[in-house]
Design a protein around this ligand. Structure first.
Ligand SMILES: [Ca+2]
Length: 230
């Protein structure tokens, strides 16, 4: 990548108003069992990027052994957001990320990307996905460190997202749900599923309960709008 292009890309990422850097991190292992803010500790992947040159650097996280296999980095962020992207800045032995997950507020893991990491040199693995309906403030990056021989280091990980789930996204999801309900057979509607709090319910009952819930909120929204119009 041309130097000017790289500078622009970095600047854009650093100044992204929807981007945030991690404030806390844990890992499957660390080089020399580094703890706290020691070189190569998990916390070296928090904050904005601070490794400027491709290669081994204590300002990035790395695992205890270079080619041990599966390792992970688990990061916490200051704000819980509806996420749209995760940017993993790789700074040494790039190209070993195999999975990126975000966690909802109940702690459930959602794999937003799995595959072959195309990153080479000092660069970002940019994982884009449809905005999550849930909010998240936790990202887990899994690596297969044996894919690229030698140390595999992560300098920083940015979580991109917004505090609100906007109307256009809501509308698109609603269309999708209407199409699903419209194409479901009578037999499908009568199928029983287990709700974690309410127990066994038919698909029809769940749809009807959700619709009732929606009407309740729409009435509240109408009241708010009427308040503004006064
Ligand atoms: Ca760093």
């Amino acid at each position: 990548m041309a130097a000017a292009e790289w500078a622009l890309k970095q600047d854009e990422i650093k100044n992204d108003p929807n981007g945030q850097w991690a404030i806390q991190a844990t890992a499957s292992s660390t080089y020399n069992d580094a703890q706290g803010t020691a070189g190569w500790s998990a916390n070296q992947a928090t904050g904005p990027p601070n490794v400027d040159k491709y290669g081994d650097d204590g300002a990035a996280w790395t695992s205890k052994t270079p080619d041990g296999g599966i390792e992970w980095l688990d990061l916490k962020y200051p704000k819980s957001v509806h996420a749209t992207e995760v940017r993993v800045r790789e700074s040494c032995g790039s190209g070993t990320v195999i999975k990126v997950e975000v966690f909802d507020e109940q702690g459930g893991a959602h794999a937003i990307w799995q595959g072959n990491d195309p990153t080479t040199g000092l660069n970002y693995l940019m994982v884009k996905f449809p905005k999550t309906t849930f909010k998240t403030d936790r990202v887990k990056v899994t690596l297969a460190t044996n894919v690229v021989p030698g140390w595999n280091e992560i300098d920083a990980v940015q979580l991109v997202g917004t505090l609100y789930f906007n109307v256009s996204t809501f509308s698109a999801l609603r269309e999708w749900n209407l199409a699903l309900i419209g194409s479901t057979t009578e037999e499908g509607m009568a199928k029983t599923v287990n709700h974690p709090e309410r127990g066994d319910m038919t698909f029809r009952t769940i749809v009807e309960t959700m619709a009732g819930h929606d009407i309740n909120h729409l009435n509240q929204l109408d009241a708010i709008v009427a308040g503004f119009a006064r």
